[in-house]
Design a protein around this ligand. Structure first.
Ligand code: ADE
Length: 245
């Protein structure tokens, strides 16, 4: 899978891509991430990428020309790329969107803004989609681009050591993940639940499913309503509710 990031701070994203799982995925050729400095596509000798806002107001606005020049120069064929602009105004990124993007056959190109905003003509006429990673405002699009690349990459076969790791995640079936434990069995008097030491795989699976449903009901009731739809799940939910009374 191919990703590209356009930014005025290449070193920011390169640091994250140069370690751990994404580094290994790049080395194995499972993903490629090319990082481009937007300043190289500025049109003046000072490499200006921002300017004052028309109409006045605080902060600077990123100029349209460098974004159009790099996109038309490096990704001229619309059908071969998807231009994503991270922005708190976009639809929210979630696990479902990560899965859809991981199956996308086109290159994913992130145009990262800084300062107050990007000129609206970029988002309106160049971007395929704006995308938000949450209802808060960051200082730029670099972290959102990395968040999305990270979440999408770990769904690509071979990126995680064991594909079951991503299949059993929080959200992969719509529910929050069950609790995990490792050695020691007794840590300062806090014991690992007995069922996990029992060796009984059916009971372990049932315990995990119940804890997953319980946690989702407590913390994200709307998710529980949406995803706990099988008769077995409904039965477990009824049992949990009875136990709570
Ligand atoms: N840029 C600034 N804040 C953002 C957010 N929450 N999501 C995506 N891009 C952003």
């Amino acid at each position: 899978m191919k990703f590209s990031i356009v930014t005025i701070f290449p070193e920011m994203v390169e640091a994250y891509l140069g370690a751990s799982i994404l580094k290994r995925a790049i080395q194995k050729g499972l993903i490629t991430v090319s990082v481009h400095n937007l300043r190289d596509f500025a049109t003046d000798k000072h490499k200006t990428v921002d300017d004052y806002p028309y109409g006045g107001g605080v902060g600077m606005v990123m100029k349209p020309e460098p974004f159009f020049r790099i996109t038309e120069g490096l990704w001229p064929v619309r059908e071969e790329r998807k231009i994503l602009v991270p922005s708190p105004k976009g639809p929210l990124f979630d696990q479902e969107k990560a899965l859809a993007l991981s199956q996308d056959k086109t290159e994913l190109v992130f145009l990262c803004g800084r300062y107050e905003a990007i000129d609206e003509r970029v988002t309106e006429h160049l971007a395929d989609e704006e995308i938000s990673i949450g209802d808060y405002v960051l200082t730029g699009g670099e972290l959102p681009a990395l968040v999305i690349i990270d979440a999408v990459s770990r769904l690509i076969p071979g990126v995680l050591g064991d594909s079951r790791s991503s299949e059993e995640d929080s959200f992969s079936c719509g529910l929050l993940d069950y609790p995990h434990y490792t050695r020691p069995e007794d840590f300062r008097g806090i014991r690992v639940p007995d069922v996990l030491l029992s060796g009984n795989h059916r009971e372990i699976a049932a315990w995990r499913k119940k804890r997953s449903l319980q946690l989702t009901m407590e913390r994200r009731p709307a998710l529980a309503e949406r995803y706990a739809s099988s008769p077995e799940d409904r039965e477990i939910i009824e049992r949990i509710k009875e136990e709570q009374q």
